[in-house]
Design a protein around this ligand. Structure first.
Ligand SMILES: [Zn+2]
Length: 103
């Protein structure tokens, strides 16, 4: 089952925009969570097959900030993101990122 990733997603009371951002390639990032701009960013230079896992990872960062007062470290976010992504794969859930655009 393909799930269309929306351009906006609410995490707690925060409305995040999900956008493509080529500039994060300079920092060697696949994705980014920007709590100031309320964006979840995907590096469009990286292969599309990685985008779903990257999104889940950045969602974990947003959840961490909104619900956990940023208690998780990067390794925690990475492991939880990988765990959720693997479960989504088991459930047959794929992410269709065709609605996401350049910021
Ligand atoms: Zn991260």
């Amino acid at each position: 089952m393909k799930v269309k990733v929306p351009q906006k997603i609410r995490v707690g009371g925060h409305n995040y925009s999900i956008v493509l951002n080529e500039a994060i390639e300079d920092e060697g990032l696949k994705g980014a969570h920007n709590p100031r701009k309320l964006t979840i960013e995907i590096n469009p230079i990286r292969p599309k097959e990685q985008w779903g896992a990257t999104l889940i990872h950045e969602f974990v960062h947003a959840i961490n900030r909104v619900y956990l007062n940023s208690r998780l470290c990067e390794d925690d976010a990475d492991s939880i993101g990988q765990g959720w992504y693997q479960i989504f794969e088991e459930l047959g859930i794929e992410f269709d990122c065709s609605l996401i655009e350049e910021s």
